[in-house]
Design a protein around this ligand. Structure first.
Ligand code: MRU
Length: 322
């Protein structure tokens, strides 16, 4: 699949603006680290691994402009709080023993290429968990747009589909920003994988009707005990899956593991602007003065997760990441 969320070019970082997809294909050209920080914060680029890759390129732009490296690192790290890949990528650049532009750029390119390779391996390991004639439910966008390519949860679906095992995907719309409807649907259409989008609230009745064999989701941060922060609604799916006896699987690269964080209660959960909920497609639908609670992520306890698939293989509960 040829979709990529960003490309490095002579004049800077070209970023596919995911806020405009699927109706418009707009590429932003970012020339400084502040532009990358704003693109991450405003979700022109999103998805934990893609955020990390973008931040690494942001560091390369800072090195090119000879900006103080701690200034760029601190600024980029302040863009979004939950996805640990952001901090992992910045730390990796900070660990270089030089601030030479060429070296930093090569490291950013390596981070991108490694992520793609990780995803292929996640796909291969995860496809082993997919039964024949599987109907798989997923949430948010965890595909090529969210990663260096191929995807994590969507990468498993892609690989299993290529093996002839997938007969149907159910893509949750993923309110409020609709990454499932706008982005996952766009990727599935291009790959000709059979699917239907569902309103988030339809997941329970589909499971009850025995239409779902497996639920697979991505992750923004996985604590040492397997507690997982992912897109709002993931926890609901995990509870529903357990109550209907359906396997619930998380897919993520090892760069999403945060062993220093003992459990999920310690993971910072981002709260975003109320307009994300009050508006649909830029049109105000909530009443003026309506109070809103808008967390971008929720926490799924490790005990509800049947398997966590990384490039290293399939981890099973009880989880103890180090
Ligand atoms: O707010 P987003 O769109 O950045 O949230 C993305 C998710 O929650 C994904 O499931 C997660 O980052 C994994 S992407 C491979």
């Amino acid at each position: 699949m040829s979709v990529v969320p960003m490309r490095w070019a002579e004049d800077g970082l070209l970023l596919l603006d995911q806020r405009c997809l699927p109706l418009e294909t707009t590429w932003l050209t970012l020339n400084d680290w502040q532009g990358v920080r704003d693109a991450i914060r405003d979700m022109a680029v999103r998805g934990a691994p893609a955020i990390g890759i973008a931040a690494a390129y942001g560091m390369a732009l800072a090195a090119r402009s000879k900006v103080e490296r701690s200034e760029a690192a601190t600024g980029l790290a302040a863009s979004r709080p939950t996805a640990v890949n952001l901090f992992w990528a910045i730390d990796r650049i900070m660990a270089l023993d030089t601030w030479d532009y060429g070296t930093v750029l090569r490291e950013a390119q390596a981070i991108e290429a490694e992520d793609r390779a990780c995803n292929e391996r996640i796909g291969a390991h995860g496809a082993g968990l997919v039964p024949d004639r599987a109907r798989i439910l997923t949430i948010c966008n965890t595909g090529s747009l969210a990663t260096g390519g191929h995807g994590t949860a969507l990468g498993i679906i892609r690989t299993a589909h290529a093996q002839g095992k997938v007969v149907q995907v159910y893509a949750c719309e993923t309110r409020p920003r609709q990454q499932g409807l706008r982005l996952t649907a766009w990727e599935l259409l291009q790959d000709q994988i059979p699917f239907a989008c569902i309103a988030d609230g339809a997941a329970g009745s589909l499971m009850r009707a025995r239409e779902v064999d497996l639920v697979v989701a991505g992750a923004d941060r996985i604590a040492a005990n397997g507690d997982t922060a992912n897109k709002l609604g993931t926890y609901t799916l995990a509870v529903l899956a357990r109550s209907h006896g359906i396997p619930f699987v998380i897919a993520a690269p090892e760069s999403t593991l945060d062993p220093k964080t003992e459990n999920g209660a310690l993971i910072p959960i981002e709260e975003r602007d109320p307009t994300e909920l009050l508006e649909v497609g830029g049109v105000r639908v909530g009443p003026i003065g309506c109070p809103v609670f808008n967390p971008a992520f929720d926490l799924t306890p490790g005990k509800l997760i049947d398997a966590i698939v990384t490039e290293q293989g399939v981890h099973r509960a009880p989880y103890r990441f180090r």
